[in-house]
Design a protein around this ligand. Structure first.
Ligand code: NAD
Ligand code: ZN
Length: 341
């Protein structure tokens, strides 16, 4: 590692800045269970905008953003098994920074780890918007299938994993009628996963250009405004909301059947209100969703490797991050934009 310089360029989150901040950050030396990853790809999630805009609360600042990460293992700490974690190998990061020993981790819910002080990669500890990433515990590294590129593996680590986690655990069947909002980074993959489960999918995105995604991945119907359709209130078994503003959540409440389930996967508004009179009397469920487990990330990579889910990925470079995030904010990105450092 002596060939490496001691610092590198990274883009950090600074409270109050209102934009991503370029900084010289250290290239740490891994010890113990740690390892060092050469970042090959880092996906740009809409959650970054919620963090930078401080509508999504994260405990601290001063760390490198970027939570969809894939790269090459370049160095391992002295207690890492070199037979399991191979220097030169291709790995995706399970971004949850799970401890492995809390009750949530032990019961297979490592996405809800309580031992990590609510600090996730790129959301509390440093993430992928840099060239070299310190992996605090090498068990966060998951091997990437040979036929999956770094940029697709990065996008899979959240933009596929999060909808996969929500849909896999939802109870969706081939006879389910599903209403979904948002066909962006997450939603474009959610549509493909819902179709893989055989559901009838009505997709809504305010952006007319999203019809191309709806058509490509065989949404049964597409609208920019569901009120323009012939669907009546209380028609859908499931609503997957990849926006979660009050406006979309209200539409979900209106169109969900009695006993149906709403999944507000988006984080558009940190507080949403519901009509208790309506939801209680109709026994509608609202289910929280957070990212996905490490095992589900392996399954998501298998879905992608087998061609059943094809993440729509475009690439850019590290120095283009600030303007790329502006484009994401303006709704000018289709699918997922991934940074290659
Ligand atoms: P994105 O910007 O790629 O896509 C958002 C899409 O929603 C766009 O196509 C946009 O046109 C559409 N949209 C915006 N307003 C709409 C409205 N009123 N009705 C219908 N469509 C609308 O964003 P993304 O990266 O896919 O993220 C989506 C949301 O999911 C964000 O809020 C993000 O923070 C959240 N997220 C949550 C988790 C989780 O674990 N719960 C994980 C990742 C991302
Ligand atoms: Zn994300």
């Amino acid at each position: 590692m002596s060939a490496l310089s001691k610092t590198q360029a990274g883009y950090i989150f600074k409270k109050g800045a209102g934009h991503i901040v370029k900084a010289e950050v250290p290239i740490p030396k891994p010890t113990g269970a740690q390892s060092l990853l050469r970042v090959k790809a880092a996906g740009m999630c809409h959650s970054d905008l919620h963090v930078i805009g401080e509508t999504l609360e994260v405990p601290t600042d001063g760390y490198v953003l970027g939570h969809e990460i894939a790269g090459e293992l370049v160095e391992i700490g002295d207690s890492v098994n070199p037979e399991v974690f191979k220097v030169g190998g291709r790995y995706a990061v399970h971004g949850l920074n799970s401890c492995g020993s809390c009750e949530m981790c032990r019961t297979g819910h490592d996405n809800d780890c309580t031992g990590n002080e609510s600090k996730w990669y790129g959301l509390g500890i440093s993430g992928g918007y840099q060239q070299y990433l310190l992996v605090p515990n090498s068990h966060h590294l998951l091997p990437i299938p040979d036929n999956v590129s770094y940029e697709v593996a990065a996008a899979t680590s959240d933009a596929v994993l999060t909808p996969y986690h929500a849909i896999k655990n939802s109870g969706v069947t081939p006879s389910s009628k599903v209403l979904m909002f948002g066909l962006g980074g997450l939603g474009s993959n959610a549509l493909q996963i819902l179709k893989a489960f055989g559901a009838y999918v009505v997709a809504v995105d305010v952006k007319p250009a999203s019809k191309a995604i709806a058509d490509e991945f065989k949404a049964d119907e597409f609208y920019t405004d569901i009120s323009q359709s012939s669907w009546k209130p209380a028609s859908f078994d499931y609503c997957f909301d990849f926006v979660s503003l009050q406006v979309t959540f209200d539409i979900c409440q209106k169109y969900i059947k009695s006993h149906g389930t709403i999944f507000p996967v988006g984080l558009g508004s940190s507080k949403l209100t519901f009509d208790l009179g309506n939801l209680a009397l109709r026994e509608v469920k609202i289910v929280g969703n957070f990212w996905g487990t490490s095992q589900e990330q392996i399954e998501a990579m298998e879905l992608v490797s087998s061609g059943r889910v094809k993440p729509q990925v475009h690439t850019t470079e590290l120095e283009n991050l600030p303007e790329s995030l502006e484009k994401l904010e303006e709704g000018k990105i289709n699918g997922r934009l991934v940074m290659l450092p």
